[in-house]
Design a binder for this molecule. Structure first.
Ligand code: PMP
Length: 394
């Protein structure tokens, strides 16, 4: 067993770059310190670039996580009785549907078999009379990615506001907020943005802000976009402001994380994740493993949800851990004990050695369980695919 710190390859939180770690790791600055104001304001500007959003859209940085960002979307967009359509692809879309119900929406679900997505025609057939459409860009419980472009365009053509949970996708899976006329794209700091957990991040369209202004009631204060708006506007104008104390260390880290993504280039970042996922999937295939997503086209680029092969059970996760790599067990209640999950996003996607170590640990644990394949060949093939794109390897 490795005595070094284990490699964290779950689908969030993830390994972060040394620069982000350094930025987050100092003595806590005040929220009105000039360095924090600059990092906050610059991060808001850079979020629009990472989200491919236009100047009229409003970014928000709020202490919390993905669930807080989801609650904010529900609390600011649902008027009592509004019809909301939820495209359900796993555990997190299920959570969104329940939140919307609690927020007073009349919820219609469009479900799919585990590992699949509902087809667009089913969503189209259900959209009449709907005010809001919600989808999980990548559902972390199934590793399934929806066609966010098709859904956002369908919503916009029908005058419906669209909200996408990008917690396991933003900055890794292509999302063109402006080009697709999407209304809210939300995420958390601990995934492909490349920070520790603790920030809810979202960009909101002018149409969605208008919907908040038209609500007949005010949302709970902490969730209310209109409470946060003056704070975001002040920071973007490089002025201090206060509504609720932000996690200042994380704000310094966010500045670095977003700069690193943009220095790489956002389209290059999407391509990196595509290539990295192709290499990882090639390795799983060569080890005789199959994925939860029912087709390659639906498989996310940020994580792999992998079925245990015959004769192997969930104790494999601990065996992989003993080899120095932390992977995650199953999450979707219908198949929880049948699969495990491996994250390959953000900083790790740029580090060939981390990806190789992960494949090596999983392969080694499977060989111990009597599976038959040539691990050296698997690693060589993965390396070849990774070398075609991965930056920063050494
Ligand atoms: N949505 C998705 C797709 C997620 O993967 C997660 C977290 N794994 C969440 C929402 C909730 O985020 P958090 O745990 O930060 O509240």
């Amino acid at each position: 067993m490795s005595t070094a710190r284990p490699l964290l390859m779950i689908p969030g939180p993830i390994e972060v770059s040394p620069e982000v770690r350094d930025a987050c790791g100092g003595a806590p600055p005040g929220h009105l310190a000039p360095g924090v104001i600059e990092a906050f304001g610059g991060s808001l500007e850079r979020m629009r670039q990472v989200w491919l959003a236009d100047a009229s859209s409003q970014p928000f940085i709020v202490g919390g996580g993905g669930t807080v960002a989801m609650e904010m979307a529900a609390a600011n967009l649902v008027a009592p009785g509004d019809r909301a359509l939820v495209v359900v692809t796993g555990y997190f879309s299920d959570r969104m549907a329940e939140m919307l119900r609690r927020a007073g929406a009349n919820v219609t679900r469009v479900d799919a078999a585990v590992g699949a997505t509902p087809c667009l025609d089913e969503v189209r057939a259900a959209i009449c009379g709907v005010k809001l459409l919600f989808a999980t860009h990548v559902d972390t419980s199934t590793g399934v990615r929806v066609d966010a472009e098709a859904l956002a365009r369908l919503a916009s053509e029908n005058g419906v506001l669209s909200v996408f949970d990008g917690v396991c996708a933003t900055a890794a899976e292509r999302f063109d907020m402006k080009g697709w006329s999407a209304d809210v794209y939300l995420t958390a700091s601990q995934k492909a943005i490349g920070l520790p957990a603790g920030l809810a991040l979202m960009v909101v369209s002018a149409r969605a802000m208008e919907k908040r202004r038209s609500l007949p009631h005010a949302p709970p204060m902490y969730l209310d976009w209109l409470e946060w708006l003056p704070v975001m506007q002040a920071y973007e104008a490089r002025r201090p402001a206060y509504f609720s104390t932000p996690p200042t260390n994380l704000i310094l880290g966010l500045d670095i994380g977003l700069r690193q993504i943009l220095a790489h280039g956002i389209e290059a970042r999407f391509e990196l994740h595509r290539r990295c996922a192709a290499a990882m999937r090639g390795a799983w295939r060569a080890m005789g493993l199959s994925l939860v997503p029912v087709s390659e086209a639906l498989a996310a680029h940020t994580l792999s949800a992998i079925r245990f092969p015959d004769g192997v059970d969930a104790s494999l996760v601990a065996e992989i851990g003993k080899r120095g790599v932390v992977v995650a067990g199953g999450l979707h209640p219908a198949i929880r004990s049948e699969y495990f999950r491996v994250g390959h996003m953000g900083y790790a996607a740029t580090r060939t050695e981390m990806l190789r170590t992960t494949i090596g640990a999983i392969g080694g644990a499977l060989l111990d369980r009597g599976r038959k394949f040539d691990l050296a060949l698997v690693l060589d093939a993965a390396q070849e695919t990774l070398e075609r794109s991965v930056v920063g390897s050494d």
